[in-house]
Design a protein around this ligand. Structure first.
Ligand SMILES: [Zn+2]
Length: 265
């Protein structure tokens, strides 16, 4: 199947993934790894559920090659793949949460006969590899202790965060601080500042400071771009009482956890 967002790995533009049923060992390993690092847990599940990955003409099929390719996969693709590995295993995929009308407070029960399903969620795709770019509305100045300007950052370029970027951030920032975690992920994924490639020493000195000092307007635009591709995590709802319509957020990480539980029996 096509991945939502193509990405480059070892000179191949990776567009396709062929999934297979996972083994009991993959499920057990995913559960074990997820306790310490949910991102690596997802990566383990995807690696175990992948038969082949690559382009239409060049496929990687050996185990270590697949593990390496998944490690560099954008998070939106990993999220898509892990959900499809679970669907491949036929875990229940009805979205059976009740939702509350934001206008009148009426509690809308899920449709028992025709429920929303995870497999029915919309997927936003790109035909080409892409980066996240933003000319900052509020450039960030970084000074030394003497007050001299070290950097004035006006343009940033960020790769779509990979599972490795996310996992590295999760080792540093607590899960109880999702805002801080997101800033750390972006700092790890930053590739260019003012049009120049950045190296690891620049990243260590300036990237965290840069993202922490961003104006919320700039951060909101960057965050919006990170969500452009992959599974749409909302379903449209209409209130039968007052006819208000809204998009209800679907908890896909909850689906991952309950899917694993279903596989464990
Ligand atoms: Zn209502």
């Amino acid at each position: 199947m096509k991945l939502p967002l193509p990405y480059e790995h070892k000179g191949i533009v990776v567009t396709d993934i062929d999934l297979k049923r996972v083994t009991a060992e993959t499920v057990a390993e995913t559960v074990r790894i997820s306790q310490a690092d949910p991102y690596l847990g997802m990566a383990r599940m995807v690696s175990g559920g992948t038969a082949a990955i690559g382009s239409e003409t060049q496929k990687i099929t050996e185990v270590q090659g697949i593990i390496d390719a998944v490690r560099e996969m954008p998070f939106c693709d990993v999220n898509f793949a892990v959900i499809h590995v679970l669907l491949e295993m036929n875990v229940p995929d009805a979205i059976d949460e009740a939702s509350t009308c934001p206008k009148c407070g009426n509690v809308v029960a899920p449709d028992q006969d025709n429920p929303d399903t995870v497999s029915g969620l919309a997927v936003n795709t790109s035909e080409t590899t892409e980066v996240i770019a933003r000319t900052l509305a509020y450039p960030v100045e970084i000074k030394n202790a003497k007050g001299e300007q070290l950097e004035l950052i006006e343009d940033v370029e960020i790769r779509f965060p990979t599972i490795h970027d996310c996992s590295r951030a999760a080792r540093k920032v607590q899960r109880s601080n999702p805002g801080g975690l997101q800033l750390e992920i972006l700092a790890n994924a930053m590739t260019k500042g003012n049009g120049d490639e950045i190296d690891e020493s620049w990243r260590a000195r300036f990237a965290q400071i840069l993202f922490r000092r961003l104006d919320p307007l700039d951060l909101a635009d960057i965050n919006r771009q990170t969500r452009l591709y992959g599974i749409e995590e909302t379903v449209p709802k209409v209130c039968p009482k007052c006819e208000a319509s809204w998009n209800e957020v679907v908890d896909l990480s909850g689906f991952f956890v309950s899917g694993l539980r279903a596989l464990l029996g």
